[in-house]
Design a protein around this ligand. Structure first.
Ligand SMILES: Cc1cc2nc3c(=O)[nH]c(=O)nc-3n(C[C@H](O)[C@H](O)[C@H](O)COP(=O)(O)OP(=O)(O)OC[C@H]3O[C@@H](n4cnc5c(N)ncnc54)[C@H](O)[C@@H]3O)c2cc1C
Length: 376
């Protein structure tokens, strides 16, 4: 049996490696980062009952996953800028989207793989077709390896995408600025009270302040602004105080317990420019190579990207296991389901951004959620 060569040790690539391992199929994962702890994995992920959770079941990791769920974090509030609570949905345990820390999930996946599966510090710079489904993988230091079955799980700026597709991610016209308040309940009590037990969406047309309560009372915030790249280029993010003041200025007049999520940040604000691939990913079958997760279908953040990456990884792993002697049959079956699935999710993501930041925000989101929540 040939080894599957996976580029990228994100949640998608690791789920694929694990599902292959469950089926006795060896893989090697080449990851650009030098070690598992090189970068904080930050952020809460809600793991959905129709994508992330079945993927973890296929990986045989449901129990480990449930052990890391942070209770109560499915609670959600929608507020307007003056702090009026428009919708307050408690966590009654039936939300179907339990929350975990991304880093914990990645650790569970890493720990479930045979030692040496992940080769850290291997940044891929390109791939070259060798014929008959084989590819040469070229690393940034000039080293190479040959792959008989190559999977690009290397995220938004994939280096494995080029043999399959000319698509490049485009800026969606909106960015997030990320802040953290640590030990919120004691150090930032007003902001912690506003965030409550789970997450808040404080919205207005074109902008918003979204925050999550993470482990240890950390309040993790994405400040959304619908501005062109040039606007953000004029904000000096090398000067944290100046950048904080400039971003906060966009929310003048908003409730102080909400703007505190920007102005009281314990970390320097970090700009996250948002990009997406065309909504309908599609390519002709190319022997011996495929993509999963963001590499295949990067979309505007919609709470589904990591879930879908894991789902893709599990589906691809199962398809390879179901066709042990016919990689092309496996990749064909996987891609036939991948294309419509990811197109639908990307379209949902675009719709969600319209609900969050469109002309009728925040009431558009409240109306959408009101079907299964109690409006105030
Ligand atoms: C601000 C923000 C918030 C989000 N919030 C959520 C959320 O709440 N819920 C959710 O489900 N999704 C969320 N997402 C989306 C989610 O983060 C991604 O969809 C998900 O991480 C994709 O997983 P992946 O495995 O495909 O790629 P990634 O997680 O990007 O992993 C790719 C891996 O490949 C490695 N790599 C990259 N290039 C190379 C190279 N050249 N050579 C070798 N290795 C390489 C990277 O270092 C990385 O480890 C959010 C995204 C953003 C930007």
């Amino acid at each position: 049996m040939t080894t599957v060569t996976i580029i990228g040790a994100g949640l998608g690539g690791l789920t694929l490696a694990r599902v292959l391992h469950v089926h006795g199929i060896p893989s090697t994962v080449y990851e650009a980062e030098p070690s598992p702890t090189a970068r904080t994995q930050g952020g809460m992920l809600d793991i959905h009952d129709h994508t992330g959770q079945p993927a973890l079941r296929a990986a045989g990791l449901s129990d480990a996953f449930h052990g890391t769920v942070l209770e109560g974090r499915q609670a959600m509030r929608v507020l307007d800028g003056d702090g009026t609570v428009l919708l307050d949905e408690p966590d009654d345990g039936t939300g179907g989207r339990p929350e975990v820390q991304r880093g914990e999930l990645r650790r569970i996946l890493l720990d479930s793989l045979p030692a040496g599966t992940v080769r850290w510090g291997h940044k891929v710079s390109g791939v070259r077709a060798l014929g008959e489904g084989r590819h040469e993988v070229i690393f940034a230091d000039g080293a190479t390896t040959e792959a008989s079955l190559l999977v690009g799980a290397d995220g938004a700026w994939s280096r494995v995408r080029s043999p399959l597709s000319d698509a490049v991610p485009e800026y969606i016209g909106r960015s997030y600025v990320e802040t953290y308040l640590f030990d919120g309940d004691t150090r930032h009590p007003a902001a912690a009270k506003a965030v409550g037990g789970g997450s808040i969406f404080t919205l207005a047309p074109g902008k918003g302040i979204q925050a999550h309560r993470e482990g240890g009372g950390t309040l993790h915030t994405y400040v959304a602004l619908s501005e062109p790249r040039e606007w953000f280029a004029r904000v000096d993010f090398t000067d944290p105080a100046a950048a904080t003041a400039r971003i906060a200025r966009e929310f003048e007049g908003w409730a102080p317990e909400i703007t505190a999520l920007i102005t009281e940040s314990d970390t320097a604000p970090v700009l996250r420019a948002l990009h997406a691939l065309p909504v309908e990913p599609r390519w002709e079958r190319v022997a011996g190579v495929t993509l999963l997760g963001d590499a295949a279908h990067l979309s505007a953040p919609n709470g589904e990207g990591a879930n879908l990456a894991m789902y893709d990884g599990a589906e691809l792993g199962k398809a390879i296991a179901a066709h042990p002697d016919d990689a092309e049959a496996a990749l064909t079956a996987y891609e036939q389901a991948l294309f419509p699935r990811s197109a639908a999710a990307a379209a949902d993501g675009t719709d969600l951004h319209e609900l969050l930041f469109g002309d009728h925000a925040p009431h558009s989101l409240v109306s959408m959620l009101a079907g299964h929540a109690q409006p105030r």
